[in-house]
Write a protein that binds this ligand. Structure first.
Ligand SMILES: [Zn+2]
Length: 762
């Protein structure tokens, strides 16, 4: 079949899909209730998904089970499934991760997804209907789980595709809107108060801002500054979290056996407390029932078969904790400082025997002092703007060292007594679900935590050293995109880049080594392109920066969902712009080029050192020179350079030697164009003050080299020209090299000679 014919079929399918989606959406909108319209929609939805059966589950009010509201071929029996690993739909509800499994009876396959995941065969045994392939996706509005949508058995027996999974996710979004409407769900915990005129959006925003600044609960501000009754706040929380609200009740007897192995410090830190029930089924009061991370930890620690939730005010939860443990309320909500924690560790340094038993280790690692210490290290590091935390065991009885990397350089944060380091590393392994018994081999894992309301992902690597096991934690803060203005592009580069990305299709690349800020730049560019009339898909590993309006997907190479697979799925999903995290192999780069030739703007990155080198690298990978030269819009190479602290940098007159170094490397002719009189040239150097931690530097800036595709350059690519010739042509076409851009930034006093030499010699 010709490529044109294939594209035609693909477009026809896509059009059909979009039309059906709109039809389904309209029918859902018109219906009074989901239950009154789903039977009518079943045929359309199944045809669209090429599935034999479907089940729609809805969350129950306690937030811990999902129950079926519709199931193909069912006699109306309601299926109730706990949020747990005992069934696939239950696991999807628990983890909120969409799943596609083409052999549900294959236990090994399930184990790869989660060690405890099982397929519940009770339904098959009862009905005789056998299930092979399955898709299950969470039905979510914002981050609140409302149900699960499940499809069973691809009709042609070939299994569901990744594209089907994306289609299912789109359908789940439509159902989420309907469920949200029926639940009267709100889109933030306090929206109900605004909707009911109890306070204005501005007042709410101010209160949230003040709460962040003072690190005090926003509910306290709402009660004291705005005289809103706790009951009203409770009503608002109920609407959002979809679980019942509970206030402090001094007569309530908290079941003592649920509190075994728990202590007040830990519970205050975590802000939850079990208030009813037993080990079979317990109810936990928590301030944020959507905090999946705390709930996972709670499940491990409480060891209760079934959990249900109620939402409470932070101050009420503290009152319960204080009354149960007879503690005073001093220090409520305040995290214990690092110093105090370290004191405690040093105090009981003689009490801890050096045990070598794994179960004892695991218990010790859950000790609240260790838990708090690890949490505090992470919080402290995060606040300092750290990218990596290094936990390094030392020789013999010397204390272990914790160092953090800020703006590219390491510094010491604190030391840990030698006999506690093992527990600290074990705690980190528990958090990131690594095998705690394995200490001789390196392991990789990750975990998600929340710091001051921000989602933070930690990538954890443990390594055995001769002094014991150490760990490195990379902090990936999910933040918004940086505006293009803040990239510190020269006007020359900025206008050329904007010209390049104004094309509706083509390939735009950002290149540089790891840690050169490629992702930041790409997201700034996406932010610039992100308008409502354009559909943008991104596949990233990991998703570090999120932007409203973008459909962002995390690739999972372990289950075969790599960049190439994501790219193929996107092409079915009607994109205008596609960001593909990295073109690391021929397949991905080939699809990227093809996509950019068929009407899409494709953005990606490569690990190459310079813009011209990128071209030779891609041709070496085996890309067709003709297609590639047609597709290419431009290549931006970049590095990060430390910037001088604006509060203490010192002006000085450079030596003749330094002046010549700058002028020669910039190029005499180009330098003359800058209009700088060499006799009056002044530079800046680092000094150091309190604001920059005595380093003389604060923050980093990008330096850039932009190669724009021109007809001459295209011809050179097509005939696979020599690297040096392409470099010369690029400069002729207006490219300033990284070195030139760096010199420009030194001349403007943003950085100094020392940093320039470091960056260009690296
Ligand atoms: Zn300074």
């Amino acid at each position: 079949m010709s490529a044109a014919r294939q594209a035609e079929i693909r477009n026809a399918r896509l059009k059909h899909f979009q039309e059906k989606i709109v039809e389904i959406k309209n029918k859902l909108n018109e219906a009074d209730a989901f239950s009154s319209v789903i039977e009518e929609l079943e045929k359309d939805i199944l045809e669209l998904m090429q599935a034999d059966r479907m089940t729609v589950y809805r969350c129950s009010r306690n937030g811990r089970t999902i129950t079926s509201v519709f199931a193909s071929g069912s006699d109306g029996t309601v299926i109730a499934v706990p949020l747990s690993t005992t069934s696939i739909s239950g696991y999807v509800a628990l983890s909120q991760v969409p799943l596609r499994i083409n052999a549900v009876h294959n236990a090994e396959l399930l184990k790869e997804i989660h060690p405890k995941l099982r397929y519940d065969t009770s339904f098959e045994k009862k009905t005789g209907y056998r299930c092979d392939s399955m898709i299950a996706v969470p039905i979510r509005k914002d981050k609140i789980l409302l149900g699960v949508l499940q499809f069973i058995n691809q009709v042609e027996g070939k299994g569901f595709s990744q594209a089907d999974l994306i289609s299912a996710t789109e359908l789940a979004l439509l159902i989420a809107d309907k469920f949200g409407e029926e639940f009267q769900a709100t889109s933030n915990p306090y929206e109900y108060l605004v909707k009911n005129g109890r306070l204005t959006q501005k007042q709410l925003d101010d209160a949230l801002e003040k709460s962040r600044r003072n690190k005090s609960p926003v509910t306290r501000l709402l009660i004291h500054d705005h005289q809103i009754a706790p009951e009203e706040i409770g009503k608002s929380l109920e609407k959002y979290y979809q679980v019942p609200f509970m206030q402090y009740d001094q007569d309530l007897e908290v079941p003592a056996d649920l509190l075994e192995e728990l202590n007040a410090t830990y519970l205050k830190r975590q802000c939850w407390i079990p208030i009813k029930g037993d080990r079979e089924e317990a109810v936990v009061l928590i301030d944020d029932p959507s905090d999946y991370n705390r709930i996972m930890e709670m499940e491990r620690i409480l060891n209760v078969k079934k959990l249900a939730f109620m939402v409470g005010l932070r101050e009420d939860i503290f009152k319960f904790i204080n009354s149960v443990f007879n503690t005073t309320s001093a220090g409520d909500g305040e995290a214990m400082g690092l110093d105090a924690l370290m004191d405690r560790l040093h105090d009981d340094i003689d009490l801890v025997d050096d045990v070598d038993d794994d179960s004892a280790d695991a218990a010790a690692a859950n000790d609240s002092t260790i838990v708090n210490l690890v949490n505090q290290i992470i919080v402290e590091a995060f606040r300092a703007g750290t990218s990596d935390i290094h936990i390094e065991p030392s020789k013999g009885k010397s204390p272990a060292i914790v160092r953090i990397r800020v703006d590219g350089l390491c510094r010491q944060l604190l030391t840990i007594p030698f006999n506690r380091i093992k527990e600290v590393v074990t705690r980190i392994k528990v958090m990131s679900r690594l095998d705690i018994a394995e200490r001789r081999k390196p392991q990789d894992g990750k975990c998600k935590i929340r710091i001051s309301g921000k989602n933070v992902e930690l990538r954890v690597a443990t390594l055995p050293t001769v002094n014991g096991e150490g760990a490195v934690l990379r902090i990936l803060a999910a933040g918004g995109a940086m505006p293009v203005d803040k990239l510190n592009l020269t006007d020359h580069n900025r206008s050329r880049i904007e010209e390049a990305i104004s094309h509706p299709h083509g390939l735009f690349l950002v290149v540089g080594p790891t840690g050169s800020g490629k992702t930041t730049t790409l997201h700034a560019i996406l932010g610039h392109l992100n308008t409502t009339d354009r559909k943008i898909w991104t596949a990233e590993d990991p998703v570090e920066i999120t932007q409203p309006g973008l459909q962002q997907v995390q690739v999972q190479p372990k289950i075969g969902f790599n960049f190439a697979a994501a790219m193929r799925a996107f092409l079915r999903a009607d994109p205008d712009i596609i960001l593909i995290g990295e073109m690391r192999d021929k397949e991905t780069s080939h699809i990227g080029v093809e996509a950019s030739l068929t009407g899409h703007l494709v953005l990606s990155t490569l690990h190459t050192n310079s813009a011209p080198e990128t071209i030779t690298r891609l041709l070496d990978l085996g890309l067709d020179p003709m297609s590639f030269s047609d597709a290419l819009l431009g290549i931006l190479a970049q590095r990060l350079m430390r910037t001088l602290c604006g509060d203490c940098k010192e002006e000085y007159e450079p030596s003749q030697q330094e002046k010549e170094y700058l002028m020669n490397n910039y190029g005499a002719i180009e330098f003359a164009k800058l209009g700088i009189n060499p006799a009056k040239m002044n530079l800046y150097k680092a000094k150091g003050c309190a604001r920059c931690g005595d380093t003389g530097y604060r923050g980093r800036t990008g330096i850039h080299e932009f190669l724009q595709s021109t007809p001459e350059m295209q011809r050179m690519i097509y005939r696979n020209a020599d690297l040096e010739d392409m470099r010369k042509q690029a400069i002729k076409d207006g490219m300033r090299t990284l070195f030139q851009d760096g010199i420009g930034k030194v001349l403007r006093g943003q950085s100094d000679m020392e940093q320039l030499r470091k960056v260009v010699s690296a």
